[in-house]
Each structure stands twice: as structure tokens, then as C-alpha cells.
Write a protein that binds this ligand. Structure first.
Ligand SMILES: [Zn+2]
Ligand SMILES: [Zn+2]
Ligand SMILES: [Zn+2]
Length: 221
């Protein structure tokens, strides 16, 4: 999407983090006064929430730079979806709800209507829909193989089909496997600590705690 250069008298020079080649409309942050993209609801400089977002300005897709549309799921959740690539933005709480095990187990298979071809290409860091800072890429659940783009403060961007992949991973017991791995890792760490600090009784108790789950489900090994 291109904006007309002759409108508005704000300088377009500022190199906003994660800025695309397309010209951006900027405004001054309500809190710190620095220039920011009008579409961001949170200032990338000071983190201040913007109250005057211009009403009609929706957040834009970090890949296609088109306005996101509202998608209401069967569960009544509202996600921001890109009409072009069908990626979705989920605010932190929305993502938490969408990936809660009881949500996922209860769910019958999600419709395919918004699964399109996944966006593939060179690894690219994309800006957060809310604050414009480049997001981190992480492997959901550490072992799922689904790489999500995440702003630790505001939420996650999921390319088309990724939410379904994550939900299948969870429904498949993936989080459990991931946790088992954490438990095993912690156990090794605690053992190491025991050697170093020599607090045997204390440590033995801790080990029992970490073994509890295995004890319950698989018997003592
Ligand atoms: Zn600010
Ligand atoms: Zn898009
Ligand atoms: Zn953010």
C-alpha cells in the first residue's frame, strides 16, 4: 500500500525500526513526542499506549502491509487476520487461550477455510503489529517445529495454517513431551547442584518431586 507524499507535513525521514520500503504515515507519540507509525497502538520508543489511533486505522500485516481484518472464530474469539496472506495476529492473552490444553482438546477440527499456502521464503524478521519492534522467532513448545514470530510484550504473528499446526501439536500431547524434556533437564541441573553444594537430604527431596509425574504414570524406574 502506498501513501501519497504530498499529504501531511510530517517529515518521512525517520528510519523506523522494521520499516518497509513503502512510505509510512507517521505521527507524534502522545507521550514522548517521537515520530511513530500511525498504525501502531503502542509507541516503539517509550511503550506508551496511544489513545487516538484515528479510529478507522486498523493494524497492518507485517508481511503484506495491508490492513488486517477482524476474524471471529466459532469460539467467539476475535483475531486480526490478513486478507491477503491469511496470517493472523493474536494478542498475548488470545494466544494463551488458543493454546490452552483444555481449549484444544475440546475443539473439533478447525475449519480449513482460512488455511492457505504457508508463506515461505528466506528467514525474515517482521515487526510487531502493535509496537513495530522486530519480533523474535521461536520454536513453539521448543520441539513442535512451528516457528512463531513473537513480541514478548504484545503477542504473536502466525502465518497461515500455523495456529492449526500448533493446536494439532498440543492435541497430540506435544506439550507433555516438551515438559518431560524440561523435567529431565531440570533434574540433571539439580543433580549437578547437589554435587556442588552437598546438601543431600534437601536434594533427594527435590528429585522425588521431579520424579513424581513419572512415578504416577509409568511406575518407578
Ligand atoms: Zn512514545
Ligand atoms: Zn499478509
Ligand atoms: Zn510489540
Amino acid at each position: 500500500m502506498f501513501f501519497c507524499h504530498c499529504k501531511g507535513n510530517l517529515p518521512e525521514k525517520g528510519n523506523i525500526m522494521g520499516a518497509s520500503k513503502a512510505a509510512k504515515k507517521t505521527k507524534k507519540c502522545e507521550h514522548c513526542g517521537k515520530n511513530m507509525n500511525v498504525r501502531y497502538s503502542i509507541c516503539p520508543h517509550c511503550g506508551g499506549q496511544q489513545h487516538e489511533t484515528g479510529g478507522s486505522l486498523t493494524p497492518e500485516c507485517p508481511r503484506c502491509k495491508v490492513g488486517l481484518e477482524l476474524l471471529v472464530t466459532d469460539d467467539g474469539e476475535e483475531y486480526d487476520i490478513c486478507p491477503q496472506c491469511n496470517g493472523v495476529w493474536l494478542d498475548r492473552d488470545e494466544f494463551r487461550r488458543a493454546t490452552m490444553e483444555r481449549t484444544v482438546y475440546r475443539k473439533v477440527k478447525t475449519g480449513d477455510e482460512y488455511i492457505k499456502n504457508p508463506v515461505r521464503g528466506p528467514v525474515e524478521y517482521i515487526p510487531c503489529v502493535r509496537c513495530g519492534k522486530l519480533m523474535n522467532r521461536r520454536n513453539f513448545g521448543k520441539i513442535s517445529g512451528v516457528i512463531i514470530d513473537r513480541c514478548s510484550k504484545h503477542g504473536v504473528w502466525l502465518d497461515a495454517g500455523e495456529l492449526e499446526k500448533i493446536q494439532h501439536f498440543i492435541a497430540d500431547g506435544g506439550l507433555d513431551r516438551s515438559r518431560d524434556r524440561e523435567i529431565a533437564k531440570n533434574r540433571a541441573a539439580i543433580k549437578e547442584l547437589a554435587i556442588n553444594v552437598d546438601q543431600n537430604t534437601f536434594t533427594v527431596r527435590l528429585l522425588h518431586f521431579w520424579n513424581f509425574k513419572r512415578l504416577l504414570f509409568r511406575g518407578w524406574r
